[in-house]
Design a protein around this ligand. Structure first.
Ligand code: ADP
Ligand code: TRP
Length: 328
């Protein structure tokens, strides 16, 4: 089964990205043909400074490799190294009803947050559809927030196939049954755009500081507390073993435990969880040529598939081929 997913280099990757998406991406590579890429074209929709875009792309690559992406088995590349995808985006744009994009909630949300929308942001789901369809992907593991984009992809593929004949494989989404949404240090969803993240590879001292500063309610130490609504408990859920978690849950419900104690343990567990990957991350940092080489090699393998699909698509729509003209 070919599985494909992309992640935007819109900032440093955080533990929400890891537990919500990356961990499953990495687990899925063993049994499947994995196609993973860094979506730098998508990140352009928020107009990053050129140096930031380039640096973050490399950082995402190093994070994935440090956390166990197997670059021999899995095809791993930088989206913009496979420009075929932008040509397919244009072709798909021409069968995409405007209303389909107008209904996309992630676009509407960003506009509601005050982002001044450019055409790229509006057309973002079409580029995502091209990413998916150009690789004949069977399964797209994404967080729940991306479900609608996969549905849009299917709608576009169905419309294209109906108009031009069977061309695209219809992908299924696999909504990652992540842990629930990982809360940020301010209690909102952890997100690169909210400045509330705990980065996967920030120094342990800073992870600890951030966890200690997480906002909690003011329930006094001796009173029972609700694990379901507590951000600290949500962090324990990610990194504690089942027995320890059950233990903390009982303590919450019984009362008598203070948030400070729980925070300390949560920070410790998070640091322990990522500690084994830190050294590899540091080695990669010192060996950027290797990282670049992995991406170049990935792009070569990805392009071989993408150019083949694009040839099929161009042929189907009558671009650059004589077949349609001759058959008239
Ligand atoms: P961000 O909001 O930080 O910009 P992205 O939108 O780039 O993150 O998300 C990349 C992947 O990480 C997606 O699959 C998304 O579902 C997942 N993800 C992001 N934030 C969280 C979170 N707080 N909890 C769980 N999963 C998350
Ligand atoms: N939009 C996705 C996100 O923000 C990233 C992405 C781009 C993607 N292209 C994709 C995910 C194709 C899955 C498949 O998380």
């Amino acid at each position: 089964m070919r599985i494909l997913s992309g992640i935007q280099p819109s900032g440093k990757l955080h533990i929400g990205n890891y537990f919500g998406a990356m961990r499953q991406h990495l687990a899925l590579q063993a049994e499947n043909e994995g196609f993973y890429f860094i979506a730098d074209y998508h990140a352009m929709t928020s107009n990053p400074a050129p140096a930031d875009l380039a640096a973050r792309t490399l950082e995402v690559a190093m994070d994935y490799l440090a956390l166990g992406l197997d670059a021999e088995k899995t095809v791993f590349w930088r989206q913009s190294d496979v420009p075929e995808v932008t040509e397919l985006t244009w072709i798909l744009s021409c069968v995409t009803p405007l209303g389909l994009l107008q209904r996309c909630t992630s676009y509407k949300d960003k506009v509601a947050q005050g982002l001044s929308p450019n055409h790229g942001l509006f057309a973002y789901p079409v580029l995502q559809a091209a990413d998916i369809l150009i690789f004949d992907s069977n399964l797209v593991p994404v967080g729940a927030d991306q479900k609608q984009h996969i549905e849009v992809t299917r709608d576009i593929a169905i419309k294209f196939n109906a108009q031009y004949g069977q061309t695209f494989v219809l992908p299924d989404e696999q909504i990652l049954k992540s842990v629930a949404v990982v809360p940020g240090v301010d209690g909102r969803k952890m997100s690169k755009s909210y400045n509330n993240t705990i980065e996967i590879f920030e120094p342990e001292s800073s992870v600890k500081k951030k966890v200690m500063r997480i906002v909690t309610d003011s329930t006094p130490l001796e009173e029972p507390k609700d694990p379901e609504t507590c951000s600290i408990f949500a962090l324990l859920r990610l990194a504690a073993g089942a027995d320890e978690l059950a233990d903390w849950e009982a303590k919450y419900r019984a009362g008598g435990v203070g948030y400070g104690t729980v925070k300390k343990r949560a920070a410790e567990l998070l640091c322990e969880y990522f500690r084994p990957y830190r050294q590899k991350r540091q080695e990669l940092e010192q060996n950027r040529d290797y990282v670049e080489q992995v991406l170049t090699d990935g792009a070569r393998r990805a392009r071989a598939v993408a150019s083949e699909t694009l040839r099929r698509v161009r042929d189907a729509v009558g671009l650059g081929v004589m077949r349609h003209a001759q058959s008239r």
